[in-house]
Design a protein around this ligand. Structure first.
Ligand SMILES: Cc1cc2nc3c(=O)[nH]c(=O)nc-3n(C[C@H](O)[C@H](O)[C@H](O)COP(=O)(O)OP(=O)(O)OC[C@H]3O[C@@H](n4cnc5c(N)ncnc54)[C@H](O)[C@@H]3O)c2cc1C
Length: 362
């Protein structure tokens, strides 16, 4: 089963000029839906259009059950065990389960983090991300050609966009059937009238973090993109013009200073522990790093404290790289000086020197 395809170079566009340089750098590109189907097939054998024949359980695998629609509401930690209370979102019934270990992998707005009283800071980064996907067959051949085989970056005045091709959620990698996935970083002040306007949806509801696809007001999207269209190259213009249903998210840094609680029996992983900005696409890498390294704690090869230190260091390093990338790409707007070392510096700084495996998806 193919999970992703590799892109080996980056193409840089500057204002109206679509191709000012190419730099090398390998990344894996995939779609979130496909990835989750593969993980599910391996975890509990769930068959899906992407993975119609999940692998059979190997000897000694144990059993795994994935219960969906259960919203955790409380944790009670005693010396003997931990009681996890939750609501069944279909029946609204309250239920509970006894656990020896609770891994809070419940994302950016983690309930487990709150219930464990984990110390954390949360800060709006100063910009939001507009995102969209368009089937390849809805854009011109020239535009598909332009975005094929590269990760493409478009710079303009204090803003930038990124676009790359991804497979469909069902795992279709065939040219002509894939999707163009883009993200556009857009500066907007916190609590400003513009922020309020963008995060008010078609039903006049105010969203705290994300306006989902289908709920963004058309006039808001048209106004925002109209301002940037004259300042970007033709392939990126076509992307924005042909995206009728984008979604928009505030970019935040959420950072916990501790990852384990109740003598190491409650731990936070992934976005629940640290929510990273999306610039270098390693948030999933971080979640995978947590999962892979946590095993050593329960094998008795590492203390929870040593593990906590390791994951904090990983997070701090990526937070720093993300801030540098955001500052350089978003604020200084590449000069046209061919000897400017910034693109090379960024490629090496973020992707190679720190040996970060980058996985971009939608
Ligand atoms: C639009 C978008 C694009 C992204 N692109 C990339 C990318 O290209 N590359 C990359 O590496 N990362 C990307 N990320 C980040 C990436 O998705 C996250 O880092 C990753 O999903 C974190 O995994 P997680 O398991 O920690 O949390 P999540 O994937 O957020 O999963 C949390 C789960 O917990 C559940 N949950 C929440 N509260 C409760 C509760 N009280 N009880 C029970 N369950 C609960 C949620 O329903 C969800 O299923 C992107 C994120 C977004 C939003």
């Amino acid at each position: 089963m193919t999970a992703a395809f590799a892109s080996h170079s980056r193409r840089w566009a500057y204002y109206g000029r679509p191709n000012i340089m190419n730099t090398k750098g390998t990344i894996q590109l995939t779609s979130w839906g496909l990835l989750i189907s593969i993980l599910h097939a391996n975890f509990d054998g769930l068959a899906s259009p992407a993975c119609p024949k999940p692998p059979l359980a190997a000897e000694g695998d144990g059993s795994a059950v994935y219960l969906s629609g259960k919203r955790v509401t409380a944790l009670q930690c005693t010396k003997e065990s931990i009681t996890v209370s939750y609501t069944d979102t279909h029946t609204n019934e309250q239920e509970s389960i006894e656990a020896e270990l609770v891994i809070g992998a419940d994302g950016v707005h983690s309930t487990v983090r709150r219930l464990a009283n984990a110390p954390f800071t949360e800060r709006y980064a100063g910009y939001i991300a507009w995102r969209g996907t368009i089937p390849e067959n809805l854009v011109s051949q020239e535009t598909v050609q332009y975005f094929s085989d590269h990760l493409s970056l478009q710079f303009s005045k204090r803003t930038y966009l990124v676009c790359y091709i991804i497979p469909t959620e069902t795992g279709n990698f065939e040219p002509g059937k894939r999707l163009l996935n883009w993200v556009w970083y857009y500066n907007v002040a916190e609590d400003s009238p513009e922020m309020k306007d963008i995060f008010t949806d078609i039903n006049n509801e105010q969203h705290h973090n994300t306006v989902p696809r289908g709920l963004v007001r058309q006039e808001v999207w048209e106004r925002c993109r109209a301002a940037v269209l004259p300042r970007i190259s033709a392939p990126f213009q076509e992307l924005l013009q042909k995206t009728s249903s984008p979604f928009v998210t505030k970019i935040r840094d959420v950072i916990c200073t501790s990852a384990s609680f109740c003598d190491g029996r409650v731990v936070l992983v992934g976005d629940a522990f640290t929510t990273l900005r999306p610039h270098i696409g390693v948030a999933t890498e971080q979640a995978a790093f947590h999962s892979n390294t946590l095993e050593a704690v329960y094998r008795g090869e590492k203390t929870p404290e040593a593990w906590g230190l390791e994951v904090r260091r990983f997070a701090q390093r990526i937070i720093l790289i993300n801030k540098i990338v955001a500052e350089l790409l978003g604020q200084c707007s590449l000069c046209l000086n061919r000897s400017c070392p910034m693109p090379y510096l960024l490629s090496n700084l973020s992707f190679n020197k720190y040996k970060v495996d980058v996985l971009y998806f939608h």
